[in-house]
Design a binder for this molecule. Structure first.
Ligand code: ADP
Length: 439
């Protein structure tokens, strides 16, 4: 029997600069073991003799010097590619690293790198590579994810910033980072999947996030010198979103813009900033290995991110628990944008211009399968909030998320799935425009 098990391993050999590309579904897994040489997955080095179990990933094993590795299990797709953009990615990292070295010697600005491009050009992958190479140099860069569509670090519909002090885990990627990093991600609740859905709210959160990041950097010079790696929404590459693009540059004091896989966008940005000595614009090509994801695949990926939040990964399983809470103990708000329609106002009353405001949500069956974000803001006695308090609530850091599994309007009770044990504190909750059905 032992022989049979051994024969399941399949050996692969890569020459220098080649990469082995593979795709694995969420329902199956493969095990990878490096036998000889050096190899990395998106910049994270594989250790010799260690078995890595990989699930639900499309990725590549790349080698700078050549390697031999073995794989157990079936890939949906597997092939060796000769051509990759890895050399240009490494050179970009080296240029960023030089900026970091320069601060230590003669001062200057830390790298604040923003990666833009259309969907499926390898933006997130490039972020991972740049982070892993920075960590290899002993840096602790901050990964800023302002793409609410993917929820790379936590769950979709959020904006996050995370200090990364270790290579990205080969098996889990950037998932459930709080357990692994010395710093839990800073998470802001947006509640929508597209940055353009509620642009005023999105912009407001960008300001809050950038301010919090600045505070962190002012306190921690190691993080500051390492700089920012900012992952942006795909739709930033549309001309219509130019204002958001320049807003991000301004708020996050971006000084390196990397454009991946989009000539025209590169040319537009380059033209705009050519006289600005503080901002460099870099063009990088898309890797031939990047896999396209259609809308249904994206939905599946979003759903897996939420599942992971509650149940963990195959490597680190979590046991969520259910609580039943009376309606009177939960306080749900939804964030709305824009002004109240004048028809809703009494005659003679001024229309009040408020960019974002909170609206109470009464529990009904509509809430079933919704995701709620638990804020850190205590519920006040009279439950009424004013504009200023709304603002605090909108920009608050989150304690976590819960999933509504049932609403019983007769007994006036709501059932929530929570990631960890304990009572639901008397704090405001925010409703996300996001449903998840457990499968
Ligand atoms: P974007 O952020 O631009 O939408 P991603 O970086 O998320 O694109 O890449 C899309 C998908 O392609 C991801 O699943 C990623 O893991 C995969 N991918 C990226 N580069 C490679 C590669 N060289 N080989 C195989 N798969 C890759």
């Amino acid at each position: 029997e032992k022989k049979e098990e051994e024969s399941e391993w399949k050996k692969w050999e890569l020459k220098k600069f080649q990469e082995f590309r593979f795709e694995i579904d969420f329902t199956s897994s493969i095990t990878i073991k490096l036998i000889k040489g050096t190899a990395e997955i998106f910049g994270a080095e594989l250790a010799i003799g260690i078995e890595y179990e990989i699930r639900g990933q499309k990725a590549a094993i790349f080698t700078w010097h050549g390697c031999i590795f073995e794989i157990k299990g079936e890939c949906d797709v597997e092939y060796i590619a000769e051509e990759t953009p890895m050399m240009s990615y490494l050179n970009t990292h080296m240029a960023i690293e030089q900026m970091r070295c320069r601060i230590e010697k003669e001062g200057g600005d830390e790298p604040r790198v923003m990666i833009v491009g259309p969907s499926d050009v390898g933006k997130t992958t490039l972020c991972k590579i740049l982070i892993n190479y920075a960590v290899k140099h002993g840096r602790t860069p901050m990964f800023v994810d302002i793409n609410p569509n993917e929820g790379t670090v936590t769950i979709p519909s959020t904006l996050t910033a995370t200090v990364i002090d270790k290579p990205i885990d080969i098996e889990e990627q950037l998932s459930v980072l709080p357990a692994k990093s010395s710093m839990a991600p800073l998470t802001y609740f947006y509640g929508y999947l597209q940055s353009t859905d509620k642009l005023k709210l999105y912009n407001k959160l960008l300001i809050k996030l950038s301010e919090t990041i600045q505070k962190k950097m002012d306190k921690d010079s190691v993080v500051r010198h390492s700089g920012l790696i900012i992952s942006t929404p795909n739709n930033l590459s549309n001309n219509a979103n130019w204002d958001t693009f320049t807003f991000i540059i301004e708020k996050f004091k971006v000084n390196v813009v990397i454009v991946v896989g989009h000539e025209r966008l590169y040319s537009d940005i380059n033209k705009c900033y050519q006289d600005n000595k503080k901002i460099s614009v870099v063009k990088l090509t898309k890797s031939g290995g990047v896999v396209n994801r259609d809308p249904s695949t994206r939905r599946i990926l979003q759903s897996y991110k939420i599942k992971e939040y509650f149940y963990g990964t195959h490597k680190c399983e979590l046991a969520p628990y259910s609580v039943i809470v009376p309606f009177s103990d939960i306080f749900i708000r939804t964030i709305e944008q824009g002004i109240a329609p004048s028809s809703a106002l009494p005659i003679g009353m001024e229309r009040k211009v408020q960019e974002t405001r909170l609206v109470p949500v009464e529990p009904t069956e509509d809430l079933i399968n919704s995701i709620l974000a638990l804020t850190n803001v205590d519920v006040k006695e009279n439950e009424e909030t004013n504009e200023e308090e709304d603002d605090i609530l909108i920009g608050t850091r989150l304690l976590g998320f819960v999933h509504v599994t049932n609403v019983d309007t007769e007994k006036k009770k709501i059932t929530l799935l929570c990631p960890c044990h304990g009572r639901i504190p008397k704090k405001y909750m925010l409703l996300a425009d996001l449903k998840w059905i457990e499968t």
